[in-house]
Design a binder for this molecule. Structure first.
Ligand code: AMP
Ligand code: FE
Ligand code: FE
Ligand code: ZN
Length: 292
């Protein structure tokens, strides 16, 4: 069984429609795909229809922008009720932060004689509510200023680069609780990121588990072999679910092909058991796993 629990569509910064993403997962030979766009469930409906049509097991989730101890943390939320008002209110704040950041980034670029309009960004994003730096990057590519998203981040949009602008992110502990109250489960995405910094470490992860965190994404392209080994041992020690995923963005991110990392059936089923328990506890109407 090949299980990939982290992927993006054009509902955020992936380059495929939800339908194309689900079809690509099937073509890749995956048995289970989770669609986890940034800060939105916008792609769920189309992904669900396609999964039923083609016969792929689909988990509906999202990757929520949060902050913990002053640092950004991406939180994967699986199977929460997306209509739970306190969750929606936090997501709306994050999306508003995304919207209001765009003109500031464009001003910074204008200061460097790079003329990109709101309309150029909208064309790149297809109008998603989860507009992000990758869409500004695509506009820079369209203008011929850079060759790909990576170069746009390296030169203009990445942390510490001249057009980088911070935005609102939800408090991590509050978000873990909200996801649980919405009947879902949470998993920290690529916890040690590409900086190579081994934070959050065992102590922080133990505290987050006590707040309701269910798992950590260990097998991710941003983690090298040694980081994976150490993080896996910590996760097992803390009895956290261990996941592995591609974090696929279509052609938007190289080396993140669907299925490049996968989650074991044991960990996947444990995650689903935890989700079923959270759903029952919450009393919310949570999305089912779509099964062929
Ligand atoms: P934002 O959500 O607007 O803060 O932008 C962050 C997103 O940009 C993340 O989801 C990453 O997938 C993407 N990203 C970050 N660095 C790069 C890169 N070097 N190349 C392509 N995408 C990137
Ligand atoms: Fe992304
Ligand atoms: Fe992420
Ligand atoms: Zn992601």
């Amino acid at each position: 069984m090949r299980i990939d629990l982290h992927s993006h569509s054009r509902a955020s910064d992936g380059t495929q429609s939800p339908e194309e993403l689900v079809r690509a997962a099937l073509a890749e030979g995956l048995d289970v795909l989770a669609i986890t766009d940034h800060d939105t469930s916008e792609g769920w409906g189309e992904a669900e229809r396609t999964a039923r049509e083609v016969g792929l097991e689909l988990v509906r989730g999202m990757e929520i922008s949060t902050k913990h101890q002053g640092r950004g943390v991406h939180l994967l939320a699986y199977l929460p009720d997306p209509t739970y008002p306190p969750l929606l209110a936090q997501l709306e704040r994050v999306l508003e932060g995304r919207r209001s950041r765009v003109p500031v980034m464009l001003d910074r670029l204008r200061g460097m004689d790079i003329e990109i309009s709101d309309e150029d960004v909208r064309r790149a994003s297809g109008g998603t509510a989860a507009t992000g730096r990758p869409h500004v990057a695509d506009a820079l590519v369209a203008l011929g200023r850079v060759t790909d998203r990576s170069e746009a981040f390296d030169r203009y949009l990445g942390a510490g680069r001249p057009a980088h602008v911070d935005r609102y992110a939800a408090p991590l502990v509050e978000m873990i609780q909200l996801v649980g109250d919405a009947g879902g489960v949470s998993v920290i995405a690529h916890p040690w990121g590409r900086s190579g910094r081994r934070w959050p470490g065992e102590r922080e992860l133990a505290a987050l588990r006590d707040e309701g965190l269910s798992g950590v994404e260990v097998d991710h392209q941003d983690h090298d072999v040694d980081s994976r080994r150490v993080l896996r041992a910590i996760a097992r020690d803390l009895d956290l679910v261990v996941t592995g995923s591609s974090d696929h963005h279509g052609t938007g991110k190289v080396d993140h092909e669907l299925g490049v990392n996968t989650t074991s059936p044991e960990d996947y089923h444990r995650l689903l058991d935890l989700a079923a328990a959270a759903s029952a506890r919450s009393g919310r109407r949570t999305p089912e796993v779509v099964r062929p």
